[in-house]
Each structure stands twice: as C-alpha cells, then as structure tokens.
Design a protein. Structure first.
Length: 255
C-alpha cells in the first residue's frame, strides 16, 4: 500500500496555475525528488501535500499508523497539526524557519517528544543528546542556543528535531541550498545514511540534479505546474525523454 497518494492535485494563484492536475504515489521507505526550475510549482506542491497550503482540488491521502488511509485535507486542523509534529517531518531550506532560535538545542529536539506525551526530563534530555550525536553534533552543546551554531550545524539540528519522533515521512525543501559546497556534501551524506537506516519515505524538492541523484530512488520533473516526466532517478538522468528534462540535464553537463 502506498504511504502517500496524490491524485489530480490543483493549486492556482489567480490566473497563474502553480500545480496542474498532478498525481503520484510514494511508498514506504522511498525517496522522491521533485525537480524543476524556479517557478515550476515544486514548492507549492510540497506545501499542499504536507498540509501547509490547501489545494484547490484533488486528493492527498496518507496511510496513517492507526486509522488507515485518511484524506489529509478532510482531517481537522488539530489532526493535521499533530500529524506534522509526530509522524511527519519538514526540513526547511533555511534552518531558522524550522527551529526555535530562542531556546536551546536540546529544547528544540525535546519539544517534538513532548508533543507525543513525554514528560520525564531525564529521558527527554537523553534522547535529545543521542540525536545530536546521530546528526554528528557535539552532545556537549545541548544547552547552547541555535544562534551559536553555523548554518550547517543549524541544519543538522533541524534534522534531529524532525527525526527524534521517528516519523515515516519527511518533506525537504532545498535542504542543502545556501550552504558551502563542503558542508553540502557532508549534509547530503548524512541525509542519505539516515533515510536508509530509518527506512524513511521522503519528498525532496530541489533544483540540483546532483542532490536528486544522491538521495532519491525516483524523480519527478515539473514544468509550469505539470509533471512532464517521472521515473527511476538514474534512468531518467541518464536517458531523459522529455525535451525539458533533456534541457535540464544538458545544462548541468555543459562545461
């Protein structure tokens, strides 16, 4: 059974169509990269399927742990909010959007556990410390504010905050954009190892085809709100069929 089913999803801003009758399925443990130029609709798609932006039409169905398949946009706002804080994660392009900058690193991670009912301070702190180590941060810095961390460390902290509740699905919006190349490479290695280890399903929005090749099993190419091509990542990048995909690939390969 698919973990996430998107069917005929539509979203417009006035006369501009951002997502146009788009459909796909995501299976447990599968990573899907959504690629395309700026303005192609990929971030709008991500926001619609993650419960952040209500679409104009279509369905977003999720196979919940205890209640079977539910239409995300037929859930109550409280149900969507709880889903986002527990069984889903959302890694923002800018870490500051996904962190509380005024509390410690440990508190940022521990908040998600408290949403599940955790109240034992010692256990919450121990789990937070463990997750800092898992994202290759120094657990001794657990009481420091995110303000004290570099951009790459803040992104690692955001990842720990999202994964501490062991979600089954994570949405990522340009997770390595804006970071130095060496920092990007290390963060991508971390994300790849964590998605494999935890058998995470993920939808990754990116304009970087190298990110898609490294992280994703499948790829979906968007142009003007439509999915123009989809398929296995390596196959699609090595032998693109649609002229737009061919253009994207060739622009990367040009010296």
């Amino acid at each position: 059974m698919p973990l996430l089913t998107v069917a005929n999803l539509r979203k417009s801003y006035g006369e501009r169509v951002a997502v146009d009758k788009l459909s796909f399925e995501l299976w447990p443990g599968e990573v899907l990269a959504v690629v395309g130029e700026s303005g192609s609709g990929k971030t709008t798609l991500l926001n619609c399927i993650s419960g952040r932006l209500q679409p104009d039409g279509g369905r977003v169905e999720y196979a919940t742990r205890h209640e079977g398949v539910r239409d995300v946009w037929r859930m109550s706002e409280a149900e969507r909010r709880m889903l986002a804080r527990t069984d889903w994660g959302y890694v923002h392009q800018t870490a500051e959007q996904g962190l509380r900058m005024g509390v410690s690193a440990g508190a940022n991670v521990g908040e998600r556990l408290m949403a599940l009912g955790a109240r034992h301070y010692g256990r919450i702190r121990a789990d937070a410390s463990d997750w800092l180590a898992r994202v290759e941060m120094d657990p001794m810095r657990i009481d420091e504010s995110p303000v004290a961390f570099s951009g790459g460390m803040r992104q690692r902290l955001q990842i720990a905050r999202n994964l501490v509740t062991r979600p089954r699905l994570v949405f990522m919006d340009e997770p390595t954009s804006g970071l130095d190349v060496s920092v990007q490479a290390k963060l991508l290695d971390l994300l790849r190892s964590l998605t494999r280890e935890l058998q995470l399903a993920a939808v990754v929005v990116t304009h970087d085809l190298a990110v898609a090749r490294l992280l994703a099993h499948r790829m979906l190419v968007m142009k003007e709100g439509r999915a123009v091509e989809s398929g296995l990542t390596d196959q699609l990048l090595d032998d693109p069929q649609h002229p737009y995909t061919q253009l994207l690939v060739s622009s990367v390969l040009q010296p």
